[in-house]
Design a protein around this ligand. Structure first.
Ligand code: ZN
Length: 249
């Protein structure tokens, strides 16, 4: 009984942590310090670590146990990477076109982009919930990756809203929506269960999604103002941290 309670509580507790991670990131975004870029560098390292030492080994373990081909989860990985790449760049292209028409800084563009980001945060929560359906260790590994990068989701939400000239209360509302989205994502996974094989494919998809966020979103953002050896060192530290953590979970 106690195990059952812990098993259902743990994903919830971790998703509540993502809530604060997003919120703190968002509030941090109001002041743009050097500290911020170091944290983002560290986050990119954590995500690379979760990818390489947490999720990929788990996929291959499941492939061997289920005796299935590696083709499908690896295809799912590429689809996960490209899906988020295409969504993100489409929003950018769309925004650029709006600006071409002379509609500079329309607040609704900021709201739409921030809502798209909340949709992604909902998937973060689904990732945690389904991770726990595979095993506790993979659930915890996914949750660490989500908690770490939700900090940057918070920063991006506030950044998108402010760049499009939204006021403070609207910005904080969208930040709150983005912060609550992973909790709703975890809750949604209580209502559906995937087969073992579907979970392997989902893990591949989520790995691709994480790799994209870490390597193509957060790492460039960490170096967007200026590059420093401290930021690079923080990334290496993030990878080492996850290597050590995944030895114990
Ligand atoms: Zn996220």
């Amino acid at each position: 009984m106690l195990v059952v309670i812990i098993n259902t509580m743990l994903p919830m507790i971790l998703s509540i942590t993502t809530f604060f991670s997003t919120l703190i990131g968002g509030l941090f975004a109001y002041k743009n310090s050097d500290q911020l870029h170091r944290i983002l560098g560290y986050t990119a390292g954590v995500i690379l670590g979760v990818f390489a030492f947490g999720i990929i080994p788990e996929i291959f373990k499941a492939i061997n146990a289920q005796n299935v081909s590696s083709t499908w989860p690896m295809l799912a990985l590429v689809v996960g990477f490209l899906t988020f790449h295409i969504i993100e760049k489409s929003i950018l292209i769309h925004n650029a076109q709006e600006e071409d028409y002379g509609e500079h800084h329309h607040p609704h563009v900021g709201v739409a982009s921030a809502l798209a980001l909340s949709g992604h945060s909902f998937l973060d929560g689904v990732g945690i919930g389904l991770g726990f359906q595979v095993s506790n260790s993979i659930g915890i590994a996914v949750a660490i990756a989500v908690i770490a990068h939700d900090f940057s989701d918070g920063i991006n939400t506030v950044g998108l809203m402010l760049v499009h000239k939204n006021n403070r209360s609207k910005t904080l509302t969208l930040l709150f929506i983005d912060a609550i989205a992973p909790i709703l994502g975890v809750l949604s996974t209580l209502f559906f269960h995937f087969s073992e094989k579907a979970l392997i494919i989902y893990l591949g998809f989520f790995a691709g999604f994480l790799l994209y966020i870490g390597a193509s979103e957060i790492l460039p953002e960490a170096h967007s103002k200026h590059s420093s050896y401290v930021t690079i060192a923080m990334t290496v530290l993030g990878v080492v941290f996850m290597f050590v953590v995944t030895r114990f979970i």
